[in-house]
Structure formats: structure tokens, C-alpha cells
Design a binder for this molecule. Structure first.
Ligand code: NDP
Length: 449
């Protein structure tokens, strides 16, 4: 009766996983992608960002190498060479995604699809396709506030393709993307300033991590302007003149906006099928990712639940199992670990100390503040910090927060313990791996007052 059992709009992390699994379970699946298969994470998000983080970190490593006996000769950095290698890797991953879909038997349309009615999508070339179910996995797009000259500003979309390396960069915002890119540009040699409208970077994270990151950013040379808004941006002979709300004017080569992302629902035709949207344009769904229209579903950033790739993947997978595997599965959204690839990086699982106090009343907090061994000979004046929060009633470890080298690698393992409700006593009974930073997690014996 329908051309396909499932039509997925958007071939990013969530859409590809859902389509692939549904097809494996016997559904006839099609997917449409207007840009490049792989989505934000692979094409212009997590993956190229992490490659840039590695690139920028060499600056520190070269400096520290002397303490270990290395003499490093003249150093030079080519932005164009970095972009070229990154592009090659993204090409490779994009091709892998395309092949994965093909091998899974999913029909891919490389064009935009919009919704005509609850069972019909229209492709950019006008072709109409019917499907029993439709999955919206269109992700999000960078949001830029409407100020004078905002058209001169770049976002993460453009930052991966700049022809010239900007030597003076102003970053607006202080969330994940802002602090990550501030560190990237700084490490690669730019003069970086960051303007944030509130009092401390990374709102939503544990306050100790926030203040320690801000301290490290400043000691690495990033100028952090708090309580600061940008009023206007004007093109001038040597770059961009930025006027701040307090009247100061400064010049930059690039103004990078990392002020959040908006769900990609505009112009999708959702109203034609009666799909309700939230005020911010996201698609509300139930625990099985179903919208208010029973045969239309949504996963990933477009639903504005937790905007992280692994979450979108879990949601897509759960959707496919539920609808085509006779196995109702809801993607869990509790104790989701996440990392910020700032320099130093942050990783975290569970509530912040403030949130934990609100939820549990009394809590035990263990902290460890130390100089990572790697920095001793290198002479780097940077510290790592670990915080563990325990519910004294049950002895369960309810949260773990870390800032310092390898924090994301370490917290991924700790997250398994936190998610599964292991107790502080069980952590303490685990033998340490020495010497490591991770061992602090099994050696913390003194509660903080
Ligand atoms: P975030 O929501 O993390 O941060 C947005 C920042 O912009 C905040 O500091 C916010 O301030 C500020 N802001 C928002 N609106 C304005 C405005 N009108 N004027 C000035 N400042 C403003 O968004 P990002 O863009 O950094 O990232 C989007 C999402 O992508 C993240 O939430 C995350 O889920 C995901 N992501 C995850 C990564 C990872 O896992 N490592 C990496 C990159 C992105 P305020 O605090 O006052 O609201």
C-alpha cells in the first residue's frame, strides 16, 4: 500500500541508526539527506572538532617536551594542511556511512524531503513518496541572535572551512562549543577573547569545574569577558570592528557565535501532517519518540531532549526496536555522561553538587585536586580536579565530575558504575592502577566539609 514502511528525514547519527536497524529487522526503509550523510556530528561537529582539538594540543605538548629532554626545532603550523587532512578523514567517514546504509538495504535520497501529509513526503525534485511511518531526525542548526552585522559572524558550520586562519578571534557564548573552539583557536596560535553574558562559563555544569576551567582558560591566555554582550559587528579594512554593550570597540578577524542551536523544523511541512511543535520549534515526543501524530516519530536534537550524538543513536535504535522488533524500548535519559573537549577537558556523569543537594538533601562530597604527573617534568602549572558525590543513605555514588587530562576517557568507565548504582565502598574496594589520574576515584577517603 505504501512505497516504504519507514521514511527517515535526516541521515545524521539518529536517523542512520534508526534506518539501519529498522531495515535489519525487515522494514522497507528510505532515508533523505539534503547535505551529507553522517550529519552534524560526523561532518561538522564532534568528529572534526576532536581532530582540531588534537591539532591544537600539540602546542602545549611541544612546550612540555623540553622537560623530558627533547629539543624541538623550529615549529610551524599550516591551517590549510589541517583542513585538508580533516576533509580527507571526513570524506572517508561520509563514505562509510553511505556504504553502511547501502549494505543495510536502505534506499538513500540525496535531497531535501518535506512532509505533504502524514503518509507522504515530497523530495526536492517534486517526487512524492509514501510511507507507513515517518521519522524526523533533522537535527539542529547554529542559532545567531539578531544583532547588527551578525551576517559577518561565523558559527561552527563555517569554522571547519575557513580559507585563512583567523589570528584574532572573538567567541560569543560560553557553552560546549564556545569553550571548545576558544581553546582550539588559542592552541593553534590565535589571540582569543570570549564574551559571555553571565557570571561563569559552562552554565549547567558543576560550579567547581566551571571555575577551574575559567581559571585554566585565562592562564592559557584566553581573555574571558563576563557580563558582556556584543552590540554590533562592522566590517572594516583590517577585519571586523565589534562594539560591546558597554561601548568598547575591538577589532577581530573572526567573530564566532556559539550561542546554542535551534531544531531544524522550519519549512519541513510538519503542519501539513498536524505535528505539534514546542515554542522553540522542537518536536515534543513521548518515551518511544512518538509525536502527537501516531505514525510520525522524531529522534535526536530536533526533539530537544539531550543534544548529544550517543543519545540520538540510542533514541534511533530504541525507536527501531520498538516499531520493528516487537520490543518496546525507551531510550533512557538518566545519568547520561558527557564531556566538553575544552583544554583541559571536562567530563561528568550525574547531578552537579547543587542539584544533588536539592534532590538528596544531605550528600557526601569527596574531592581531589592534584597536579597530573605528566606536568611535573614539563613544568606546566595546571591542576586536575575530581569530585565524587555520594548519597550517605545508600552509600551509592551518584555523580562523578572531572577536569583534567583524559577526563572523558576516565569518566566513561566511571559512568558505568554510577549508572548501575555502585557504592562508595565498592569503589574503595577496587585496586588502583598506579600511577594514573584515574586511581583517584578509588582512593578518595576524606569527605569535604
Ligand atoms: P550551549 O547551549 O551549550 O551554550 C550556548 C551558549 O550561548 C551559552 O553560554 C548561552 O548563555 C549563550 N547564549 C545563548 N543565547 C545567547 C544570546 N542571545 N546572546 C548571547 N549569548 C547567548 O550551546 P552550544 O552552541 O555550545 O552547543 C549546542 C549543543 O550541542 C550543546 O548543548 C550540546 O548538547 C551539544 N554539543 C556537545 C558537545 C560535546 O558533547 N562535547 C560539543 C558541542 C556541542 P547562557 O548560559 O546565558 O544561556
Amino acid at each position: 500500500m505504501f512505497d516504504f514502511d519507514l521514511f527517515v528525514i535526516g541521515a545524521g547519527s539518529g536517523g542512520v541508526r534508526a534506518g539501519r536497524i529498522a531495515s535489519g529487522l525487515g522494514a522497507r526503509v528510505a532515508i533523505a539527506e539534503e547535505y551529507r550523510v553522517g550529519g552534524t556530528c560526523v561532518i561538522r561537529g564532534c568528529v572534526p572538532k576532536k581532530l582540531f582539538v588534537y591539532a591544537s594540543h600539540f602546542a602545549q605538548d611541544f612546550e612540555d617536551a623540553a622537560g623530558f629532554g627533547w629539543q624541538i626545532g623550529e615549529r610551524g603550523f599550516s591551517w590549510q594542511a589541517l583542513i585538508a587532512s580533516k576533509d580527507k578523514e571526513i570524506e572517508r567517514l561520509n563514505a562509510l556511512y553511505v556504504t553502511t546504509l547501502k549494505n543495510a538495504g536502505v534506499t538513500t535520497f540525496n535531497e531535501r524531503a518535506t512532509i505533504k501529509d502524514k503518509n507522504t513526503v515530497v523530495l526536492a525534485d517534486g517526487k512524492e513518496i509514501t510511507a507507513e511511518k515517518i521519522l524526523i531526525a533533522t537535527g539542529g542548526t547554529p542559532f545567531k541572535p539578531d544583532i547588527t552585522g551578525i551576517e559577518h559572524a561565523i558559527t561552527s558550520n563555517e569554522a571547519f572551512h575557513l580559507d585563512e586562519f583567523p589570528k584574532r578571534v572573538l567567541v560569543s557564548g560560553a557553552g560546549y562549543i564556545a569553550v571548545e573552539f576558544a581553546a582550539i583557536f588559542n592552541g593553534l596560535g590565535a589571540n582569543v577573547e570570549l564574551a559571555y553574558r553571565r557570571d561563569m562559563v559552562l552554565r549547567g555544569f558543576d560550579d567547581d569545574l566551571r571555575s577551574k576551567l575559567e581559571h585554566e582558560m585565562k592562564s592559557q591566555g584566553i581573555k574571558v569577558h563576563l557580563h558582556t554582550q556584543i552590540d554590533k559587528i562592522e566590517k572594516c579594512e583590517d577585519g571586523l570592528n565589534v562594539t560591546f554593550h558597554h561601548g568598547d570597540v575591538s577589532q577581530f578577524d573572526a567573530v564566532f557565535y556559539a550561542t546554542g542551536r535551534t531544531p531544524n523544523t522550519a519549512g519541513l511541512g510538519l503542519e501539513n501532517a498536524g505535528v505539534k511543535l514546542a515554542a522553540n520549534g522542537s518536536i515534543p515526543v513521548n518515551e518511544y519518540s512518538r509525536t502527537n501524530v501516531p505514525n510520525i516519530f522524531a529522534v535526536g536534537d530536533v526533539t530537544d531532549r539531550i543534544a548529544l550524538t550517543p543519545v540520538a543513536i540510542k533514541e534511533g535504535h530504541a525507536f527501531a526496536l520498538t516499531e520493528y522488533g516487537n520490543n518496546p524500548t525507551s531510550a533512557e535519559h538518566d545519568n547520561v555522561a558527557s564531556a566538553v573537549f575544552s583544554q583541559p577537558p571536562i567530563a561528568t556523569v550525574g547531578p552537579t553538587e547543587t542539584e544533588a543537594k536539592e534532590k538528596y538533601g544531605e550528600i557526601d562530597v569527596y574531592v581531589s585536586d592534584f597536579k597530573p604527573m605528566k606536568y611535573t617534568l614539563g613544568g606546566r602549572d595546571e591542576r586536575a580536579f575530581i569530585k565524587m558525590i555520594v548519597d550517605p543513605k545508600t552509600d551509592k555514588v551518584i555523580a562523578a565530575h572531572m577536569i583534567g587530562p583524559d577526563a572523558p576517557e576516565i569518566i566513561q568507565g566511571v559512568a558505568i558504575a554510577v549508572k548501575n548504582g555502585l557504592t562508595k565502598a565498592q569503589f574503595d574496594s577496587t585496586v588502583a592502577i598506579h600511577p594514573s589520574s584515574a586511581e583517584e576515584f578509588v582512593l578518595m577517603s576524606t569527605k569535604r566539609d
